[in-house]
Design a protein around this ligand. Sequence first.
Ligand code: 5GP
Length: 191
Amino acid sequence: MKLLEERIRRDGKIRENGAVLKVDSFLNHQIDVELYNEMGREFFRLFGDEGVTRILTIEASGIGIACVTAQYFGVPVLFAKKSKTRNIDGSVYVTQVHSFTHGGDYDVMVAKDFLLPTDRVLLIDDFLANGSALQGLMDLVSQAGATVVGAGICVEKAFQPGGDALRAQGLRVESLARIAAMSEEAGGTFC
Ligand code: 5GP
């Protein structure tokens, strides 16, 4: 998506020896709602005829783009919540995710009431790096016996293995910007 690529080129900041792209001025701290709206429209163009009944994302940075996208689909957004409590009464699905940006593993959960076997689920997230967040979301959908129709990602760092691994598993991954390589000195290039 040209609009997003241009914005990344203009306002993105490459940090941590080329491992992290900061997009705080328009994507995941301050939010450019018009850009979100264009991305939501594009996700609807890509997945609009898949019979999506629910959008699933992960706390916190996926929630905004998931909500804007959901307005095109007319379906609810469910976000996997970071959780420290045990699944004592069995009312939630829980899975573990490794945090790319903060390091370490954490549990996320969704209430069983909000993810049904009849659901056709579109996964949405801001970034795809090693794929742990998406793998976790797929695991929650699978625990519910629901169907994943695909994943809509704003920025895929294609030099990390997540996207290829998920596609090899048969997941349809659509990324609006795919970064082939990036370094603090040379900047980034798109696929
Ligand atoms: P993965 O689970 O695919 O390794 O990483 C995806 C998650 O890590 C996303 O939900 C996103 O919040 C965060 N993330 C991964 N790489 C980046 C990055 O370069 N910049 C930012 N801002 N977040 C990232």
